[in-house]
Design a protein around this ligand. Sequence first.
Ligand SMILES: [Zn+2]
Length: 251
Amino acid sequence: MPLVLPAPLRDLARTLLDMALPPRCLGCGDLVSDPGALCPTCFSGVTQLTRPHCEQCGLPFPVGGLTESGARCADCLADPPAFSRARAVWVYDAGSTPLILRFKHADRTDAAPAFARWMRRAGADLLADGPVLVPVPLHPRRLWSRRYNQAALLSRAIAQTEGLTHHPLALVRSRATASQGHKGRTGRWSNVRGAFTMAKPEQVAGKPVLLVDDVMTTGATLNECAKVLLRAGALRVDVLVLARVPLETGH
Ligand SMILES: [Zn+2]
């Protein structure tokens, strides 16, 4: 069982560690000049998710395709998600996957401030409304085994630097869901239905909400969370993630 320090002490310990240890690339672990940085190789390996993309779900459009502002993808036109806008820093691909997996499963939680900085840039429009931040929750059992919710680390770091309110316990995962990893699109949507409930609806009622997660695949989980937040009275729900899968690739 690791030593659990209160947040201010933990931050101090982290600062002291950063001073004592040379900073390492968040991707490969090579030495870099600044903490929270990527080495040139890892930096050139990630794909920034830039325009043109669907105005609603953020799905990247092929360059040279639909570019008029406000354009939405076929899925959003046919069956709009409950969230208003989703934005991501990177395309979830071979370049960004190792970064996210290290953050999620290998205790590279020190990446949170740098990831949050990039997310603030990608989500500047969404943050301009002064939303309250809510992370996608883990089921308590998974939280217990992983010891931290990577989405809450991101939303906390964003809220702190933006001076916004963070409500990490507003939304809870009331039902453990099977891993989304091997399900196709339809399976993912039914897998998460009814999996989330509001623990503290008063924290979001009448307010714009920014829902935060690390990865968006089909958007099924985020859509389900957005529905629950809207039912609790949220004015609007936007979504900010670190990376999103560009197209349904079946994984
Ligand atoms: Zn879309």
